[in-house]
Design a protein around this ligand. Structure first.
Ligand code: COA
Length: 387
């Protein structure tokens, strides 16, 4: 349902675009989402080609530098990122003190906030300084996550990052103590590339709004993380897995979906504000989810995926979004469900920072209006006279 609501008051008549649906509020050179051609390009490159042919680091470089790196540029980029992976003893201590039941998205938001506090000069913003801050977050977010995963989730000692591994490989090393089958690493890395950037989505827009006040980069990223946590945005990849576990058996999927639709339930992992004919990233992620099924020999989730997708398209013509294949793919990699959205943070930090750089370079405060629908003007009565 398109939510353009017309309000008329004594002063004026105004069309209110709820949820900013269809509103173009700035220009950007970072990525183009085209729902008509069902395509997504980062700096001109189709995301499917990037996912198949590039490492996550190459894509991070692309988003921050306008083009893919040469071999020597990539080497330098990787060297810089790898040198920043360790977290401070103070942050390590803070992570150990996180409340037991807290969601890992809150842990990563707090971790990023703490890293920001380790920079005593956050309001001094030059392109170079902001670039260094973005690199710090790209390097440290996986370490914070893995540290949290090991200590709070597993009750084990953390594992230090390695400098000889790519971000994707190093994440598995820090969480599980080993780099898995290359097919698993590839599927994980594909998810990082697909999750990296997506136009003016809610979390990117949130980080641009924070940046537009000329606040600091860490605050903007914290705003992005808070926004991404929501189940209507990044949080959907976790909800997909909870839903699939609730269904339990592919044989029950069809009936479950019919009932969910009859109950007017929002089915997680389906639908999109921009794409109405299908999410450009889904075929690639689905392919790698199928590879995960093959590697693990566990076909249940893929069968459930197929059944749910079929009924949803048949009954409502609503297609899956990236979170639908990404959730079960992560599950098949052996990752705990609560860490799915934090992994999205590990990736989207690249897109957020590309937008933060763009916003601050040619800034204009983001400050829209609202149509007031409250009480007409009235006078304040002293408290004794109020009934
Ligand atoms: N399950 C069931 N129905 C859905 C649906 C879903 N996941 N997504 C959209 N619809 C239906 C709505 O009920 C509505 O039907 P109606 O017109 O009969 O009332 C119609 O499609 C339009 O939905 P609306 O919520 O207005 O679209 P939107 O652009 O605001 O929503 C999302 C986009 C992403 C918020 C929405 O699709 C959703 O909540 N999806 C589930 C969460 C999710 O996967 N989020 C990750 C997005 S990448």
């Amino acid at each position: 349902m398109s939510e353009v609501v017309e309000y008329e008051s004594s002063e004026n008549k105004v069309n209110v675009k709820r949820g900013l649906e269809g509103v173009v509020c700035d220009v950007s050179t970072v990525s183009k989402v085209n729902p008509e051609t069902n395509s997504l390009i980062y700096k001109g490159y189709p995301v499917q080609d990037l996912a198949e042919n590039c490492t996550f680091e190459e894509v991070a470089y692309l988003l921050w530098h306008d083009d893919l790196p040469t071999a020597s540029q990539l080497k330098e980029f990787e060297k810089q990122e790898r040198s920043l992976r360790e977290i401070s003893p103070a942050l390590a201590q803070v992570i150990r003190s996180f409340p037991k039941g807290a969601h890992p998205m809150d842990a990563i938001r707090t971790g990023v906030s703490f890293v920001g506090m380790e920079d005593s000069d956050t309001l001094t913003r030059t392109p170079q300084k902001d670039y260094e801050r973005a690199m710090i977050l790209l390097a440290k977010i996986p370490t914070i996550l893995a540290y949290d995963y090991r200590t709070r989730q597993m009750g084990k000692e953390p594992i230090a990052p390695r400098k000889d591994l790519r971000i994707a490989e190093n994440f598995f090393h820090m969480v599980f103590g080993k780099v898995p089958d290359p097919r698993i690493v590839k599927a994980f890395e594909v998810s990082l590339v697909l999750y990296a950037e997506h136009g003016f989505n809610a979390s990117t827009f949130a980080s641009r709004v924070v940046t537009s006040t000329t606040s600091d980069l860490f605050s903007a990223v914290c705003g992005g993380i808070g926004s991404l946590k929501g189940p209507l945005h990044g949080g959907a990849n976790e909800q997909v897995m909870h839903m699939m576990k609730e269904i339990g058996d592919p044989a029950k999927a069809r009936e479950w979906m019919i009932q969910a639709l009859a109950d007017k339930r929002k089915v997680m992992g389906f639908g999109h504000r921009v794409y109405k004919k299908g999410d450009s990233r889904v075929p690639t992620m689905k392919k790698y989810m199928a590879v995960m099924s093959e590697v693990t020999g566990e076909t249940k989730w893929l069968k459930m995926y197929e059944a749910l997708e079929q009924v949803m398209i048949e009954k409502k013509n609503i297609h899956p979004n990236l979170d639908f294949p990404a959730g079960p793919a992560y599950h098949l990699m052996g990752i705990e469900t609560e860490y799915f959205t934090p992994i999205f943070v590990m990736s989207r930090i690249t897109g957020w920072c590309a937008h933060i750089f763009e916003q601050i370079k040619d800034n204009r405060l983001i400050r829209p209006l609202c149509q007031y629908t409250g009480s007409t003007q009235r006078s304040v009565k002293p408290i004794a006279q109020r009934t």
